[in-house]
Design a protein around this ligand. Structure first.
Ligand SMILES: C[S@@+](CC[C@H](N)C(=O)[O-])C[C@H]1O[C@@H](n2cnc3c(N)ncnc32)[C@H](O)[C@@H]1O
Ligand SMILES: [Zn+2]
Length: 277
């Protein structure tokens, strides 16, 4: 597989935290723990058989990928790319797309960061299969965003977190001095019309004041709200519901009878920057 040295030196064994090296079949740590490379190119760095309860299902990942490749989320990807370009220091670095799903945002970030490498990390196997081919400078790693990340201290220059879980203490541990956290969260009106049409559940993430409070060591650099009207086709409307929590809450009949409709896309992209020390 031959992963870039910058990526290999950032990865750590999930069992004993030792550095890892590449072997013919995957990765091996200095203490001898081995992690096989899947046929599709990703490697899972998780200890034991922790639950993957919150991992997206194959259907959710497929719906998300159709929407992303259909360009519906391009305004979000563009804003994420602008944000990483603004906080990136230097011509080389490592970006971690945490709970990165298909790697769509990792790819957008890497397009905006020539010379950088990327890791898309997620729990869901169907997401990792796609993330492994999301971008030539991106690798896909199976990892749990809610546990100790299989990454060295201060090894990541930008942590990108789009609609996914993250643990502040782990983000801070892996972030290099002068690095940045770029977070995309839905605003309260995000997808409101669509969710109301099917009596679905709304995902309300915390307000940005709460985000800043979770990272007192970081400085707020920039924040951009992206608000647009999406004129969804019937297929796209179904996919928007199928990729999220409403996949389990909305009756199949309601999904099937959903027609084309407009809804609001509304997200906040925030960048928080670590001191250089
Ligand atoms: C709402 S999706 C966002 C995916 C991607 N960032 C995007 O916006 O396209 C949430 C993602 O988090 C992943 N996930 C859920 N729990 C996780 C965990 N503990 N560790 C890593 N990934 C997790 C899911 O598999 C899913 O891909
Ligand atoms: Zn080990």
């Amino acid at each position: 597989m031959t992963w870039p040295a910058r990526i290999l030196s950032a990865l750590r064994c999930p069992v004993c935290a030792a550095p890892v090296a590449e072997t013919a079949s995957g990765l091996r740590c200095e203490a001898g723990h081995t992690f096989d490379r899947a046929r599709r190119g990703y490697v899972t760095l998780r200890a034991g058989h922790a639950k993957t309860l919150n991992a997206d299902t194959a259907e959710m990942v497929a719906a998300r990928e159709r929407l992303q490749s259909g360009g519906w989320y391009a305004p979000v990807a563009d804003a994420a790319a602008r944000a990483v370009a603004q906080v990136a220091r230097g011509g080389r670095g490592l970006v971690l797309d945490l709970a990165g799903g298909t790697g769509y945002y990792a790819a957008a970030a890497l397009d905006a960061l020539p010379g950088w490498d990327g890791i898309a990390m997620d729990l869901a196997t169907p997401a990792l299969k796609r993330a492994a081919r999301a971008h030539p400078r991106c690798v896909a790693v199976g990892g749990d965003a809610l546990r100790t990340l299989p990454l060295a201290d201060a090894s990541v220059d930008i942590v990108l977190s789009v609609f996914g879980p993250r643990v502040p203490s782990e983000v801070m541990r892996v972030l290099a001095p002068g690095g940045a956290l770029v977070v995309v969260t839905p605003l309260p009106q995000h997808l409101r019309e669509l969710v109301e049409a099917v009596d679905g559940v709304h995902v309300h993430e915390g307000k940005s004041e709460r985000l800043a409070a979770q990272y007192p060591q970081l400085e707020r650099a920039v924040s951009e709200d992206v608000v647009a009207t999406l004129a969804l086709t019937a297929d796209a409307a179904r996919d928007v519901l199928a990729m999220g929590p409403n996949a389990h809450h909305v009756a199949a009949d309601d999904l099937a009878s959903l027609g084309a409709r407009e809804t609001t896309l509304a997200v906040r992209v925030e960048s928080l920057v670590a001191p250089r020390r």
